[in-house]
Design a protein around this ligand. Sequence first.
Ligand SMILES: [Cu+2]
Length: 153
Amino acid sequence: MKKSKVLFGILAIVAVISLVAGCGSSDKTKDQPPAANQEQAAGHQGHSASMPKEDPMPMMKDLDKSLQDVVKQTKAGQTMDAQKSAAQLVSTVEKIVPHMMDANLKDNLRKAAGDIKNTVNSGKMDLITIEGKVKTMQEIMKSTTSHLQTMQH
Ligand SMILES: [Cu+2]
């Protein structure tokens, strides 16, 4: 009588343990990933979850400043400074691009900045050439700003 009760108890415990272990492991893998995705999407409406959580608008101002610097420094014949500003221009573009959802616009913005950088680095920077490329860049920046304004940050 006493012996069979103990045996039943052990069997019951083993059954419960294996049930819990089985359920527990499958629940974990099912529940976690969607929760993480949801958190990332919040606060970045209209944007894909892969975008950085920063506001690209201040970066557009940085971009404009670098562009003005390139023109100023080219006019003053400060080649080294103009090259630094052009490098800054390209790196700011790379920070803005992940926030853009228009592939053509991304491409144009990258090309315009790269074009300015290459011209400044070639050492053959005359003001008329630079100013022409800066004008192109400014047009693309206008489109970029209005494109970014269609999204919430
Ligand atoms: Cu964004």
